[in-house]
Write a protein that binds this ligand. Sequence first.
Ligand SMILES: *Cc1c(COP(=O)(O)O)cnc(C)c1O
Length: 403
Amino acid sequence: MTDTTQELIQTELSLGAHNYKPLDVMLTRGEGVYLWDTDGNQYLDCLSAYSAVNQGHCHPKILKAMVEQAGKLTLTSRAFRNDQLALFYEEIAALTGSHKVLPMNSGAEAVESAIKAVRKWGYEVKGVPANQAEVIVARNNFHGRTLMIVGFSTDPVARGGFGPFAPGFKVVEHGDIGAFEAAVTPNTVGFLIEPIQGEAGVIIPPEGYFKRVRELCTEHNITLILDEIQTGLGRTGKLLAEEHEGIEADVTLVGKALSGGFYPVSAVLSNTEVLGVLRPGEHGSTFGGNPLACAVARVALKVLVEEGMVENAAEQGGYFMAGLSDIRSNAVKEIRGRGLMLAVELHPGAGGARRYCQALKERGILCKDTHEHSIRIAPPLVITRTQVDWALERFGTVLTEMG
Ligand SMILES: *Cc1c(COP(=O)(O)O)cnc(C)c1O
């Protein structure tokens, strides 16, 4: 590492809030599945900025659209109209089969916005008494970092020291249909859940769970809100992870890859009258739905579909997972995943996932350790078979040598 890089790290440490503990790799350039650090080392990106870069780094078509739009018009606020918003609505609605769209910026904002709308829907449409609305969430959820959201997190690190929290949430076990059913009351307005829990370490619920959730939500007039901010837009080998379950959410949240990593863009997509309850002045965002965001999101969706990234995620994901499962190592407890959303869970005695991520980094692969014992693997969806083979060789070496 050069002296300049060391200095940059020191500056980060002295001036920045220490709310992250990154691997010490100083990245300066990205293209497709690859990243380069300030020393000129090349890495295969196996995190994709938590799935925000599904389309690959600096996708040329997204870049072009962004630069073009940035030279024309970037922000008007929603006080006026802009000529990109309607086109964004049309294209995302057609692609996802949604009836209404609410554009926001970060994922957490999409989650907050959905809960606001669902509560209001509960009072105005479902007839829940004022201020009694309940939203059910799953244990080990991750929906973002704002105060309302960390209030219903079950992670002591995420919520500790940040109270008091907003009331109106109930936590149930993820994947336990009986627990969900038992938590339902006449005041339940929504069930907010990730189809596959990402931050929790790629946790897939039992077969048939979501079918039954869907039935119960319909039966009790509960809005099913699927947080697809990480699982959506091709990551699991389908455009939306709900397709694996053969269900449709009432409200779907997307973000992250909605811009291909260029710009924060998120959206609440709704199939029911939920978003219809919002009237002028009741909700908004200065940047939400701005022309630059819309132009970037439109092309980010377009390349995802046109360039076959969703199908590629299914194909390479299956191949990657089979390859990981073939690695014989005492360190490995389980391989989990769907599409290109993969995790290697290590035995508690293996010494923690972080040192494996360090070793992978030395061999040119950037991965993220999650919850101590899991290595998360989520490369851009443009990864090729040859690149997967290259990665598997290195995973094999690291897992067997260290295991
Ligand atoms: C990343 C993520 C969020 C939060 O998105 P931000 O843009 O970081 O606010 C919410 N839900 C899920 C499932 C996520 O993975």
